[in-house]
Design a protein around this ligand. Structure first.
Ligand code: CA
Length: 228
């Protein structure tokens, strides 16, 4: 469900990670150097980065600092791959902005579990976890929304919008923030387009009374909340 950039110069490890991410339902993107990864990040913002420590040219730590130092990319979770298990290297990685690290040799299962944990923390709309608010159920794996016996029919866009809202309840988001989170920051859409999708979402949720959860916050944006 998530686009994950693998930055690793060793082809067999890159392949192993990509294969296992794909099998877990993610879309792997690959780069063999930090410089190549910078190009990829400029073209498409990934949901998570699996970053090798030892790279030719720019190091993994420098790349992590670049990601954190840039407003557009600062929130992308990073999992560092390191050959060393000593504390000093772990600390340097975490200080550079990594969210977690895995020591080589690692089991693919462990790495996938770490990726999932980091996504759940940082970008819950990129996981397959079921969400429920006020009797409204959203199942990302089956792409299904229901309330009691009623199935809520949504277009793929409205589904993504609802998934984002349900994983980020009770917070106010501006149209631009919603656009960045749901459509990606390279989408060329008018912020006002959000209003159209919000209206469609409300209409789809009206039969079960859940349209009241999609709240307009005057002169700011929108909030998804069970409280008025
Ligand atoms: Ca390496």
């Amino acid at each position: 469900m998530a686009a994950i950039l693998i930055v690793e110069d060793e082809a067999d490890i890159q392949e192993l990670v990509a294969f296992n991410l794909q099998r877990a339902g993610h879309t792997p993107l690959r780069a063999a150097s930090a410089e190549e990864a910078q190009e990829q990040v400029r073209a498409q913002l990934p949901d998570c980065i699996v970053l090798d420590w030892m790279l030719p040219g720019m190091s993994g730590v420098e790349f992590a600092r670049w990601i954190r130092g840039n407003k557009r990319t600062a929130a992308v979770p990073i999992i560092m791959l390191t050959v060393r298990s000593d504390e000093e290297h772990k600390l340097a990685g975490l200080e550079a902005g990594a969210d977690d690290y895995v020591t080589k040799p690692f089991s693919p299962r462990e790495l996938i579990a770490r990726v999932k944990a980091v996504l759940r923390r940082r970008t819950p709309q990129a996981t397959d976890d079921m969400v429920e608010i006020e009797g409204l159920h959203l199942d990302p794996a089956r792409h299904r929304v229901s309330a009691g016996e009623t199935t809520v029919v949504l277009s793929p866009t409205e589904f993504k919008l609802l998934h984002f809202f349900m994983t980020h309840p009770d917070r106010v988001y501006t149209r631009t923030q919603i656009l960045d989170n749901v459509w990606g920051d390279h989408a060329f859409l008018e912020a006002r387009t959000i209003d159209v999708h919000i209206q469609r979402l409300r209409k789809a949720l009206a039969p079960t009374g859940h349209e009241r959860l999609v709240q307009t916050v005057r002169s700011t944006g929108y909030r998804f909340s069970a409280s008025p």
